[in-house]
Design a protein around this ligand. Structure first.
Ligand code: TPW
Ligand code: MG
Length: 541
């Protein structure tokens, strides 16, 4: 019989976990020992728990499977709350494992260190932002509880919570038996698929909008096949940016209402049958436009449910639904689809003019054209809008939850999950939050290229409220910090300098390369400028 620590590690691996991020503490030291000595799942320690959560989140997004964050009780787990909330909002199956006081300590009657209010405060707070929880306080039931929560994480693509009392890590338990996939009614799925196909094939201007669940449930290739079979153009939402990059001719662009390309906006807003696949109906995806989706015409598949007009079909897992759609779709393929992929700007002028955020996107397009695309992790702020001007590339970003500080740690998660060299896009404000995590690159051999959009301010907030001076930040000179953290930094202000810095960064491997792009205050990317104008107009301000 395995002990509980090893049984849990085996179960994580069996359910698809390929890495663990964590920060230890006394309540989780025994489990960390199991992690290290078993070598079962590769693990990485970082510097601050928010980064642990963001790195696990990004890794899970990249390989579309569970990823694991291990922390200590109280001070550690509470530090993780915001990252888990973001994972819940954007449907990322992060498995949170927290050490905890031993069952014997719990009965001693002391106030225990790291205890906020009661022994249960932590599990109650985490219950609000996870879809299943297991406090493993009984070795007899622990294997079944582990199987349940890991099954839930995969089924619902949401975070889950496991609490592991430190004195039970060595307890003998039975191995964890994974649960079979949830039973679904094939007839109900076929009926739903038939109704969807009826709508799509009789519509004059159908369009498929894709968002995060398409990635989470690994149905990108099936969506691409369906679009070609039906001859329907595909558009991503803002949050779904970076999907279907394997099929570059298929995706027309990203829907951003007035902030995006007018052609894409027309494809969506003039459609008489918009098919929203795995789409989060969020304001960042839709409220930028005054256009309202007509519920009578909209088909929406999300969270295992399909709404067609006012009909609701429960029990529709996305992969099964796509299988049914493909089985019933007319045979043959359309070689030409309506519209065309939007063109991204290339050819950054190497001159002395001050660099702008949109110039950065053009420079990155040139870099990718010359050296191949890199997976991108972006923070919140203008860098995310500038990223929309980079040719559609695998990208993770908190486009809906919008938690700052995601970019750098997510880039580290991307390095682990993809094995490739990531590109990190981050503003100066966000870099102040989590930039120091780059100091962990050297010991693990990660060498991301990091572009800091340094406009010495919270520019995105200034765009909404230009009169406020509190959006000014100081100049921290991030390029000089790079060396201390084990990387190399360059500070650039003109377009020629940026181009040279990017070329040099691409050539230098083995240390992270930080390019501090100095941007004039008040200058935003073209996309952010349009986004703010659109948002204000849609809200009537
Ligand atoms: C954890 C609110 C959204 S955008 C922004 C703030 C403070 C400014 C970002 O500044 P940065 O980028 O990184 O310099 P830029 O391009 O705008 O200059 N706290 C958290 N998350 C969010 N989203 C905020 C505050 C916010
Ligand atoms: Mg800034």
């Amino acid at each position: 019989m395995p002990d509980l620590g090893h049984a849990l590690l085996d179960a994580l691996a069996a359910h698809g976990a390929r890495e663990i991020f964590g920060i230890p503490g006394d309540f989780v030291l025994p489990f960390f020992k199991s992690i290290e000595e078993s070598g079962r799942v590769p693990f990485y320690t970082l510097s601050h728990e928010p980064a642990v959560g963001f790195a696990a989140d990004a890794a899970a997004r990249f390989h579309a499977d569970i990823s694991v964050a291990v922390v200590t009780w109280g001070a550690g787990a509470f530090n993780l709350v915001n990252a888990v909330a973001g994972a819940y909002a954007e449907r990322v199956p992060v498995v949170v494992i927290s050490g905890a006081p031993g069952v014997r300590e719990r009965a001693a009657g002391w106030k225990l260190h790291h205890m906020a209010r009661t022994l249960e405060s932590q599990s109650r707070i985490l219950a609000e932002i996870t879809c299943a929880q297991a406090v493993l306080d009984d070795p007899k039931t622990a294997p079944a509880r582990i199987a349940e929560v890991l099954h839930a994480a995969r089924t619902y693509s949401l975070p889950v919570y496991i609490e592991l009392p430190r004195d039970l890590v060595a307890a003998e338990v039975a191995p964890v038996q994974p649960l079979p996939p949830e039973a679904v009614e094939a007839g109900a799925i076929a009926e739903c698929a038939a109704e969807i196909l009826g709508r799509l094939t009789s519509a004059a201007r159908p369009v498929i909008l894709v968002d995060v669940e398409v990635r989470r449930y690994r149905v990108e290739a099936k969506v691409a096949r369906l679009a070609r079979r039906l001859g329907i153009p595909v558009v991503t939402t803002l949050m779904g940016r970076g999907l279907l990059t394997e099929d570059p001719d298929l995706v027309r662009g990203t829907y951003m209402g007035p902030a995006g390309s007018p052609e894409i906006t027309r494809l969506v807003e003039d459609s008489d049958a918009p098919f929203l696949l795995g789409v989060i109906l969020s304001d960042t995806n839709f409220a930028v436009s005054a256009h309202k989706l007509d519920p009578r015409r909209t088909i929406h598949a999300f969270n295992r449910e399909v709404r067609i007009g006012h009909h609701v079909f429960p029990g529709q897992p996305l992969d099964r639904l796509l299988d049914a759609l493909l089985a019933a779709a007319p045979a043959g393929e359309h070689n030409t689809l309506p519209g065309r992929p939007i063109a991204y700007r290339h050819g950054l002028a190497a001159d002395e003019r001050p660099l702008t955020p949109s110039d950065i996107a053009v420079g990155v397009n040139d870099l990718f054209a010359a050296h191949g695309a890199m997976p991108i992790a972006s923070d919140v702020g203008d860098c995310l809008f500038a990223a929309m001007e980079i040719a559609n590339t695998a990208l993770v970003a908190p486009g809906y939850y919008a938690g700052m500080g995601y970019g750098v740690p997510a880039g580290l998660g991307a390095a682990v999950a993809t094995g490739a060299r990531p590109l990190i896009l981050v503003g100066d404000g966000a870099f102040q939050m989590t930039g120091f995590e780059l100091g962990n690159c050297r010991r693990y051999g990660w060498d991301p290229i990091v572009i800091v959009f340094n406009n010495r301010g919270w520019e995105m907030l200034r765009a909404f409220q230009p009169e406020s001076k509190f959006n000014d930040l100081d100049d921290w000179n991030f390029a000089r910090i790079a060396d201390t953290l084990g990387g190399e930094g360059q500070r650039v202000a003109a377009r020629a300098e940026f181009k040279a810095a990017l070329d040099q960064a691409a050539e230098r491997r083995g240390r992270f390369q930080l390019i501090e792009a100095m941007l004039p205050r008040g200058v935003t990317s073209d996309t952010l400028g349009r986004f703010v104008a659109g948002f204000k107009a849609a809200r009537g301000v």
